[in-house]
Design a binder for this molecule. Sequence first.
Ligand code: NDP
Length: 449
Amino acid sequence: MSRNGSSDVENFMDNLRDRTSGEEEFHQAVHEVVESIMPVVRDTKAYRDAAILERLVEPDRIVSFRVAWTTDKNETRVNRGYRVQFNGALGPYKGGLRFRPTVTQSVLKFLGFEQVFKNALTGLPLGGGKGGSDFDPKGRSDDEVMRFCQAFMTELVRHIGADRDVPAGDIGVGSREIGYLFGQHRRLTAEFTGVLTGKAPGWGGSLIRPEATGYGLVYFTERALEKLEDGLKGKRVAISGSGNVAMYAAEKATELGCKVVTMSDSSGVIHDPDGIDADKLSFIKDLKLERRGRISEYAERYDVEYREGAKPWSVECDVALPCATQNELDGEDAKELVKNGVMFVAEGANMPTTADAAKVFRDKGIPHCPGKASNAGGVSVSGLEMTQNAQRLSWSAEEVDEKLKGIMRDIHDRCCAHGTEDGKTDYVRGANIAAFVKVADAMVDQGVF
Ligand code: NDP
């Protein structure tokens, strides 16, 4: 066996694959974590005795249910709903709901597993979970989305609660869906509790929640560059996506003096070497949030290059922030980025880089931060929303933003504390170990079950 226990890792993974065949996204996420933490497990008798690793990859429970609803034409449709309650050792399960046709149990298990670690890194009392449905809200009327959400919550209600499991939004679940879900929960329970986060600020939501993941990503990057005795000012930033995370990452990066040179959607990418400034970003916000249009319209409006079906990773940039979806940056993309001068990569999306890409960055000495650390701003402000709900008060935007900044800087420093060797930080290893130790210690303390 090698020094980092690679044959232990492979044995463990073979066993997991046998028990969970076909769940490839989940295997990928577990493999990345186990590679980092195996030496810690090997050196810690209490973790081995309590079979922490074996228990950690087995969700506390998975609920899967039928969601039947009617279209505007009164046709009955059936989707599948899920909630994966992955690990509750640190607090109530917490993690988003995703409505997208590609949602499967494997995808939700990978997201739930990642969420356990992400939530541990925030330092807040949060367990990890994830849920959603293969329902596609795109092209559906408001009434259809409302009926779907009501049907979904009619089953989910029996599994969640402010002290038990507090879902939030994710892809396909924005403020509209959270409103309908919360309304149905209130109707069924006759209680107004903090059972969901991502609520509108007028009725229990936290200010800065929509901005939190993108802003947090940039605060994390700012802290990392500070550690490299550099700064954000003047950096060219390549961002993928033009959704919630991408938009607010672009906003904060621009505000702090960066030049954001790309944004994209699932159809293609725009490249604006002059930078997407605040005015141009307002256009994108209107395009995506109000008109639900395509990013190609930006290219027409500002006369910049648009490449259909392409990704942003072939442009010159200093910082890359993948903010669209999983596995959107592969080994070839990573080589292109390195060739084009990238010096820092931080994930806004969940697991946007493939294992090959992560290896390219590691081999070339480019710091690469996993989403579980760098995109934890969203869940952090969700945690702050839970605190505000429990206290029945609301903090100002400035207060929340200041707390968010502090949390992201602390997460960064936790990664450094566990991942730095010879002055160089391996953020993937640092994040995995810091989170693992926190969850594992709680599991040891709470006994075997
Ligand atoms: P949105 O739905 O708001 O935006 C997603 C963006 O990614 C859209 O621009 C979408 O384009 C694009 N996209 C989707 N699939 C692809 C693809 N296959 N290729 C290229 N572009 C694609 O989602 P969010 O911004 O909320 O989330 C993005 C990622 O960040 C996800 O991985 C999510 O899990 C993660 N995340 C989100 C958090 C949050 O607070 N929102 C918190 C932590 C992580 P199109 O419009 O064409 O579909």
